[in-house]
Write a protein that binds this ligand. Structure first.
Ligand code: SF4
Length: 328
């Protein structure tokens, strides 16, 4: 491992200042992803700013919803009575991810920042535009079974690996960040990005900005929810495809719906057209099937992930059936 400077500030302003002029420094929270990447030589940093002593662990109700501090661990969020009562979809999604040991260490902010699990990104001998911009994408002609079916291009076909992010995009969360220029809010849907011409950038954070909190607005989606994760083994595996469904049902009519998929794009993939189709419709399997078809418009598979073109709509249908209670 290369040598780097380590510091552990106790104040947010000090942490931000420490990275303000440093183009190659990193904030360290739970370290469940960053430390692995450093050990493998994927991330080579000259400065680590350990933020674990910053006062960012709150999980609180607010007049408009809840706020979750960036350092609240995944376990603390998933087990929080406030979260379970108001946003059970988030608890389900978090508990579908990683292992209990990792969830005890991993933080909310870190989960937003975790990098793709594309094997070529981790292999420092392989061309990878995300790791070395301009070097090429090994996955395009390689083993692309885990890769994207939406929003990808020849620059990068990787997917965002987080389960938590799928629930947060469905729940219309907002990310609070702080930097040398002050504080700002980013809509969750705008936080992660598609590869475009800059696959090395996973999100819209400016250099040196620190995630301080994630807010989720109050909503009626606290009863009919389901997070379906389809993976190679039941525990500790990343999603081949996942589907988050939250329904507001009155008298068998869908008054509102939130849908998102994971494991299918460079960012958590919100299914707004399918949501629009379902709103006002009765709860039945036929409508769920039509919504899933709508959700798949624009999908494109590669050599080894063609199965996702069938798996993804089936996951959406099943998640909707489970959330609505017409399947158990
Ligand atoms: Fe790298 Fe993205 Fe291609 Fe994977 S898919 S090799 S992360 S550029």
């Amino acid at each position: 491992m290369n040598q780097f400077q380590y510091s552990r500030p106790a104040e947010i302003a000090s942490a931000i200042k420490l990275l303000a002029k440093d183009s190659n420094g990193h904030f360290l929270a739970g370290g469940t992803n960053l430390v692995d990447l450093m050990k493998m030589g994927v991330v080579v940093t000259n400065k680590l700013v350990d933020i674990n002593h910053l006062p960012l662990k709150q999980i609180q109700k607010t007049p408009t919803g809840i706020t979750i501090g960036a350092l609240a661990t995944n376990s603390e969020v998933a087990d929080s009575a406030i979260v379970k009562e108001n946003f059970p979809l988030l608890s389900l999604a978090i508990n579908a991810g990683a292992s209990p040991q990792l969830r005890n260490m991993a933080t909310t902010g870190g989960n937003l920042m975790q990098r793709t699990r594309c094997p070529y990104f981790f292999d420092i001998t392989a061309p990878c535009n995300k790791r070395v911009p301009g070097s090429g994408c090994s996955a395009l002609q390689g083993y692309n079974r885990m890769h994207a079916i939406f929003g990808a291009n020849d620059q990068c076909i990787a997917v965002n690996p987080s389960d938590m992010n799928v629930a947060l995009t469905a729940l219309d969360a907002t990310v609070h960040v702080s930097g040398v220029k002050g504080e700002r809010k980013i809509k969750f849907a705008d936080f992660h990005r598609l590869p475009g011409d800059h696959p090395e950038l996973d999100n819209t954070l400016q250099k040196g900005e620190l995630i301080t909190a994630v807010d989720i607005p109050a909503s009626p989606f606290n009863k009919n929810v389901y997070y379906l994760k389809i993976r190679d083994r039941t525990s500790y595996a990343f999603a081949l495809v996942s589907a988050a469904a939250a329904l507001h049902i009155e008298n068998n009519t869908i008054k509102g719906v939130r849908l998102a998929m994971g494991g299918v794009a460079h960012k958590p993939w919100r299914l707004t057209a399918a949501e629009t189709f379902l709103t006002g419709k009765p709860v039945n399997e036929d409508n769920f099937k039509q919504a899933a078809q709508i959700a798949m418009q624009g999908a494109k598979a590669y050599e080894y992930n063609k199965f996702k073109l069938k798996l993804a709509p089936n996951a959406v249908i099943q998640a909707l059936k489970m959330a609505s209670g017409i399947a158990s």
